[in-house]
Design a binder for this molecule. Structure first.
Ligand code: ZN
Length: 359
């Protein structure tokens, strides 16, 4: 009896040691709407750069972002991705190495993509960008039920459909989207709130930088354990055929992500215990060059996406150059596993990407 007891204690104890090897206590997710893997891994596109139909600033864009050298070119556009994540984290989705990340949903537009990211379930019933409350349980509300997470999850989005995608009405997660008024009593929040109401709205919703600054202020003030930031400008400028603006927004988003990572690493509450995961909702066309503007199931390559991760449990293997097939639906369970949970819901949930959180 006594020996059995000791063995049992040993099992309990070793289980504890295993869970303690996981360092992630917080997860931050950032999405770049419709940002193509072609620019993430290849930098500015040579054909689109020279095309005056799409680029109204050929000289300026060439000076700032062009290089014959691929490594230099992509680092000019995405310096944080290539100088920091490529050295300390992981990048998936470079199809030139047969490293593939794809939508599992058959629609290749925004709401179905975000549903897939957060529910792990490419529900074919989710097939519209309309403001419809999502029936599927997402990983954020699943984690909110776990000990220590109540009131510790927040989302800041540029697009005003996010309160529906994440179904904030059902789960009470704080989702601040477009011109939602920031009901906080600090001068910083007051200033950001003034900005969002006074700014021009070039894409019809508040600019991404305001979404970012509101999220950063919330992070500093309320210490969320999961923070989601959803940028939008890249998609809108691409639909508008404005390659110079699309590239400018992509570059600004890289800078905001760098600022976010520096903010996290400067805080004792987040430093070396926070994983940052960056991805997109869908791709866009490329094989027919003019299709870079478009996405959706009629655009043959618009299901091609990418994922980047940096954090204390993520092996720093950089750009993954081995043949592989990942799907967007695996992200939800991966977010849960980073925090030590197995995401279960009333719908099927795809397996996590183990290489993101296991050494
Ligand atoms: Zn989109």
């Amino acid at each position: 009896m006594q020996r059995l007891g000791i063995i049992f204690l040993f099992i309990l104890f070793s289980g504890d040691i295993f869970s303690q090897s996981r360092k992630t206590e917080n997860v931050v997710v950032v999405t770049l709407d419709g940002m193509r893997w072609q620019e993430i891994f290849g930098g500015v596109d040579a054909a689109l750069l020279k095309d005056s139909v799409y680029n109204r600033n050929i000289k300026g864009l060439t000076e700032k972002f062009w290089s014959q050298d691929l490594a230099e070119r992509r680092a000019k556009l995405f310096p944080f991705f290539w100088n920091v994540i490529a050295k300390q984290g992981q990048l998936y989705g470079n199809r030139n190495f047969d490293n593939k990340v794809d939508n599992a949903n058959p629609y290749w537009f925004s709401y179905p993509g975000y549903n897939e990211i957060f529910t792990g379930y490419p529900d074919t019933g989710v097939n519209s960008n309309d403001k419809i409350l999502n029936p599927n349980t997402n990983v954020l509300e699943f984690i909110q039920q776990q000990k220590g997470y109540k009131g510790k999850i927040a989302a800041f989005a540029t697009w005003d459909v996010f309160p529906y995608i994440l179904n904030a009405q059902r789960n009470g997660i704080y989702v601040n989207a477009d011109n939602d008024s920031l009901k906080f009593n600090s001068p910083e929040f007051k200033l950001i709130n003034d900005f969002q109401f006074l700014t021009t709205r070039p894409i019809g919703v508040r600019p991404d930088v305001i979404t970012y600054l509101a999220a950063r202020e919330y992070l500093k003030t309320y210490d969320p354990r999961i923070l989601y930031i959803a940028f939008d400008e890249t998609d809108d400028f691409a639909h508008g055929g404005m390659y110079d603006q699309y590239i400018g927004s992509a570059h600004a988003q890289d800078a905001m992500i760098a600022d976010l990572w520096n903010t996290l690493q400067a805080s004792p509450k987040y430093r070396n215990k926070t994983t940052l995961l960056i991805t997109c909702d869908h791709g866009r066309g490329d094989k027919v060059k003019s299709n870079w503007k478009h996405h959706g199931s009629k655009i043959e390559d618009a299901h091609e996406i990418w994922v980047a991760v940096i954090g204390p449990d993520t092996n720093p293997i950089g750009e993954v150059k081995t043949p592989m097939q990942l799907y967007q639906k695996q992200i939800a369970a991966t977010i849960a596993q980073l925090l030590g949970f197995t995401f279960k819901a009333e719908h099927p949930v795809a397996d996590p990407v183990t290489t993101i959180y296991k050494n």
